[in-house]
Each structure stands twice: as C-alpha cells, then as structure tokens.
Design a protein around this ligand. Structure first.
Ligand code: PMV
Length: 393
C-alpha cells in the first residue's frame, strides 16, 4: 500500500459528430473535453474511509473494521468483476443509504463502494482512506461527468493498492500511466459506470481514460489536434433514453428518409476524422472552413432526426450572427452545444459571444477539445488549475 497523497484528474467528453447515428452502428467521434474532475486520495490511520464530493454536498464515512467484516464473496473472484443488479442491491445495504437519498448521491456512493471494495479487497486489510472529488464539469449535461468520476476513482485506488505503479517521478508536475495500466483503469472505470448507468456504451470512460477520440469499434483511437471551442449548456433538461427512442421510431416510420440521414452523418464523422488527421500542428484556414461546414450539415441532420430544440436553435442563431458555427452535442433536445472558435478570433469577439449566450440564460465555457486523458499530478504542483482544484477539495 502506498502512503503518499495522490492527486488524479480525468477529462469529460463531447461528441463532435455521430451522436444518435452511433446507436445504429455508425461512427462517433468522441473527444476529451478540457474540463476535468480532480480527486485527492490521502491514506490515513483513523480506521475510516471518508468520501467527500463538494459539488453535490456529500460527506460520507464508513468504519473500515465494519467493512472488513462484510462477506464480500458477492464481489466474485476474478480480475475485473461485473456489477449485477443483485450486487448493487447488496451494496445499498452495505452503504447504509437512507431511503430518501437523492439518486445522484446514492449512485456516486455506490460506485465508490463498489470500486473500493473490489479493488482493495486484495490487500491484507482494507485501507483507511480520505477521498475527495471535485469537478469542473456540470453533471447530468451529457459531458461524461460520471465517467470522469469513475476513471479518477479507478486510477487512484489501483495506484494506492499498487496494482499499477505511480508514474509520477521526482520533479514531475504531471504524468500518465502506461498503455497496459490505462487498460486496467478503463476496465474498472467501466464497471463503475455500470453501477451508475446500468448498461452504458463505454465510450465516456474510454475517452476520459485515453483522452482520444473513438472512431467506430474497429478503428484505433487517435488524439485530435486541440481545438478551441465554446461549450454551452442550454440547461434545458433532456432524457437520452427518450430521445434515442424517438429517433428509432422515426427510422421505423420513414426508413427511406431516415436511414440516408444516418449514413450521411456517418460520412460527416469520417470526413471530420480525415480533416482532423491532416490538421497536425499548423492547421490551415481552409481546414477550419471544412469543419464549420460539417458542423452546419450535421446540425441540420440532427434537427431532421427530431432531436433539436428551440434553445439549440437560439444557440446556433446567436453564434451564426457572429460568423461562428455550432451544433448540439450528445443526445440533444436541449443539453449542450459546441461552437468552433477559429484561430485568430479576437478575444473581445469571443467575450461578446459568451456574453450573448449567457444573456440567453445559458452557461458558457471557453475551453478546448483534445485534452489529455487521466493524469496524476504532483500535490505540490504550482499549476494554477490544480491549485484551484485543491481549493475546491
Ligand atoms: O447522453 P449523452 O448526451 O452523452 O448522449 C448520448 C449519445 C447518444 O448517441 C444519443 C446515445 C448513445 O448511447 O450513444
């Protein structure tokens, strides 16, 4: 067991192209978003496991001695176990959650307990730990906040239990794990996601782990160039399941019309992937023009699939009036949209656009996509963003 403090971060994700089409076997381009979740793990010796999640106001503590006495045979043996619904029920008893516990809170606690008990039970004794997680990501907005949480937990618990080595060397501010270690982190993070979401696709935890875009199940992920974007949360609540069902119904009702739309979205994703691959270090203005056209075409297709929303139309109009191009990202029906920021755009213009979006009642972040995946930071790092995260913890 390691005795040092660990500070881990993992990014959220946005879908650049291919939402909904991916449900029907087409390609999706999911990229890491440079808004991150930070986790600090401090081993201690007070016989408790403490979990604090300041973003949602959670503070929980369990006695290690009590957890140690549990019959954890329900966690099956094997390298990476799978959370069945029966197991999640058992975990609820272990957690001691009150009946009126909010859903987000209860799922976050269950995912933590699942990963803690599963990963740490190979130790001679369960470790006493203090864990705090803080996020720059809004939750429930389709930006992969739960995956970033599961990835941070898996990385920190595997490292403290020495299942994978701490890649941080003396003098490093930040470092990443090897490919094999990332594979193990990703596998465990996926199990955490299954506790939270039941049957997720696994794309969110993969992007948060690798920081790369996934392009269909068969192709190998590669890291896109960093693109500056505005990320806007319309704050209109939406339900992914209902929107996915709506597209399926439209496809069944009008197969001759909707199937070509999905094929066209697939072609947009592939063209975008090709252009990103060619952009390299010094992107040309014409390449940005292509990215903008692809954004516009896909936004129209998504509207035709029935997953648009008046708030997203407003977002597109506001940015269009300033010569910028936007599309929804994720399930649609509200939720979030992305706006591409071309290089050379003056900062006052960016600020004015953010201001215009904020006055529509939206939340707006200037950020980038193409961020690194899960990373470990020096707890004494002078990086201002890490310091801000530590203040949040
Ligand atoms: O729930 P979100 O906003 O991350 O979007 C999910 C993306 C969909 O393609 C609509 C559904 C899916 O499972 O891929």
């Amino acid at each position: 067991m390691l005795s040092e403090v660990l500070l881990v971060s993992a990014p959220g994700k946005v879908i650049l192209h291919g939402e909904h089409a991916v449900v029907h076997g087409k390609v999706a381009l999911a990229v890491a978003l440079n808004l991150r979740t930070f986790l600090r793990l401090q081993p201690h010796s007070n016989g408790k496991v403490d979990l604090s999640l300041p973003n949602i106001g959670i503070k929980w503590a369990w006695d290690v001695a009590r957890l140690q006495l549990l019959d954890t045979s329900f966690l099956e043996q094997g390298d990476v176990t799978t959370p069945t619904p029966e197991l999640v029920e058992k975990l609820k008893e272990v957690a001691g959650l009150p009946d009126d516990c909010a859903v987000t809170e209860s799922l976050a606690v269950l995912a933590f307990l699942y990963l803690y008990l599963s990963i740490c039970r190979k130790q001679r004794a369960l470790p006493s730990l203090d864990i705090a997680v803080w996020s720059e990501l809004p939750h429930g907005a389709g930006l992969g906040s739960s995956a970033a949480y599961s990835v941070c937990l898996a990385a920190a618990l595997l490292t403290v239990c020495e299942e994978i080595p701490n890649p941080l060397k003396d003098g490093d501010c930040v470092n990443r794990w090897t490919k094999e270690d990332l594979e193990l982190i990703n596998k465990w993070a996926f199990q955490g996601e299954r506790v939270i979401h039941g049957n997720p696709s696994g794309v969110d935890n993969a992007v948060s782990t690798w920081g790369r875009f996934q392009c269909g199940p068969s192709s190998s992920p590669c890291r896109p160039p960093a693109l500056q974007i505005l990320l806007t949360n319309t704050k209109v609540p939406r339900n992914t399941r209902t929107l996915v069902a709506g597209v399926r119904n439209r496809l069944l009702k009008f197969p001759e019309i909707v199937a070509p739309l999905l094929t066209s979205i697939d072609a947009i994703s592939l063209e975008c992937e090709r252009v990103l691959g060619e952009m390299g270090e010094a992107p040309a203005p014409e390449q940005y023009l292509v990215l903008e056209e692809l954004i516009d075409m896909n936004q129209h297709h998504l509207n035709a699939l029935g997953v648009g929303h008046a708030s997203l139309d407003q977002l597109c109009q506001v940015t269009r009036a300033r010569g910028l191009h936007s599309k929804l990202t994720g399930a649609g029906g509200g939720g979030c949209g992305i706006t591409l920021l071309k290089p050379g755009l003056e900062q006052p213009e960016v600020e004015a656009t953010k201001q215009a979006l904020t006055s529509c009642g939206f939340d707006c972040w200037e950020t980038s996509i193409g961020a690194p995946g899960v990373s470990i930071h020096s707890a004494t790092s002078l990086d201002s963003r890490v310091q801000q995260a530590l203040d949040g913890l």
